[in-house]
Design a protein around this ligand. Structure first.
Ligand code: UT7
Length: 333
């Protein structure tokens, strides 16, 4: 038995901020942002919380599958920007959705959060512990960006997505394999300095602007290029797949150059790499479900396709998932 994706959707806040929006505020250029990252614009919601972004995606998943919220038995939300430290965004979302029979939890895996959550959900399905799992990944990065720090604020965006996981009797489709990794030594290069139990909020932490993303870009870049390429190649190799067998690489969208290096290592041509960084920036746990949802919406993925999902982010956390796609949009229409 395998866990298959039976519905997928995403949501981003409506307001779009292009690179020129930043050039009026900080010392940067559209050219620098595009050439160094590939980003042209991103969506921000300066009001509301993460669950306001995820709720429409979750509702669309239920609509697609034709089920009611009370049929969901577990909700996992992967994020580093929950509505509150507690209760979990899973609990808040459960209430907003009316999923009164669901339990659930948040999972903190930064940019790899969705992959961690997808594998966790799939294992619960395979163990028979759940029949309808709602797995979401998303972040409201605008809540933790220092808009005076040009090295970070131009990189991120708000958004997220949701999948419904269900058991399938057939072993042909679903989450086939995964490689998940973590190295806490990466903490020094990418973290949020204050707000947790180590450094609770004080006037000093606020004045020092410690509640924002801190990133040493080049150090993260070097590890990301190697980490993402290694696991993406390894998952192909150990499942005896060649580049011809892979329909799509669905990479975390942090930097076009990291994505290109991963595709090159796998021997994949550019037309097999899902990229939407130019429109959304880096939505942290949101990038992979948003990519997958856009592929599905635009009918570019069909049942039986082998998809390699891969990510790298804070922790460090990184990994790859081999997913054999299970739903055909044409048949559903
Ligand atoms: O998703 C979580 C994981 N995160 C990642 O995977 C991100 C990995 N890192 C990166 O994507 C890249 O390192 C960045 C896009 C963050 C930065 O690109 P870079 O090519 O590594 O640039 P850099 O940090 O080496 O900075 C080069 C120059 C510096 O100026 P000097 O010291 O050479 O004079 C920066 O101060 O670019 C400057 N700079 C900017 N200039 C204009 C940094 N940010 C900006 C900016 N506009 N927004």
């Amino acid at each position: 038995m395998k866990a298959i994706v039976t519905a997928i959707a995403h949501h981003v806040p409506p307001d779009v901020y292009d690179n020129n929006w930043f050039t009026k505020r900080i010392d940067t250029t559209d050219e620098w942002i595009q050439t160094r990252t590939g980003i042209k614009e991103r969506h921000f919601a300066f009001e509301g919380g993460l669950t306001d972004i995820l709720l429409p995606a979750a509702q669309e998943v239920l609509r697609q599958r034709g089920i009611t919220a009370d049929e969901i038995d577990c909700i996992i939300v992967a994020t580093v920007t929950p509505d509150r430290v507690f209760p979990s965004s899973a609990a808040i979302l459960q209430h907003k959705l009316g999923a009164k029979n669901a339990w659930g939890f948040d999972l903190s895996g930064a940019c790899s959060g969705f992959l961690y959550a997808l594998v966790t959900g799939a294992k619960m399905i395979e163990a028979g512990a759940a029949k309808k799992m709602l797995v979401l990944g998303g972040d409201k990065m605008s809540a933790i960006l220092n808009f005076d720090d040009r090295t970070t604020c131009v990189l991120f965006g708000d958004g997220g997505g949701a999948v419904l996981l269900e058991p399938s009797e057939s072993d042909d489709y679903g989450v086939v394999d995964h490689i998940l990794r973590m190295d806490g030594a990466g903490e020094v290069h990418l973290h949020q300095k204050a707000g947790g139990s180590l450094r609770p909020p004080t006037i000093e932490t606020v004045t020092n602007r410690e509640h924002f993303v801190y990133q040493e870009g080049q150090a993260v870049f070097k590890s990301a290029v190697k980490g993402m390429a290694d696991v993406s190649y390894e998952i192909m190799e150990r499942n005896h797949l060649t580049a011809d067998d892979v329909a799509w690489l669905i990479p975390h969208q942090a930097n076009l150059r990291i994505i290109d290096a991963t595709a090159e290592r796998m021997g994949l041509s550019k037309d097999k790499v899902m990229i939407n960084i130019e429109r959304f920036g880096n939505t942290t746990a949101g990038t992979i479900p948003i990519c997958l949802s856009e592929l599905y919406q635009t009918d570019r993925v069909k049942r039986g396709d082998y998809l390699v999902l891969s990510s790298f982010g804070a922790g460090y956390t990184w990994g790859s998932v081999l997913l054999r796609w299970s739903i055909d949009k044409k048949e559903k229409a």
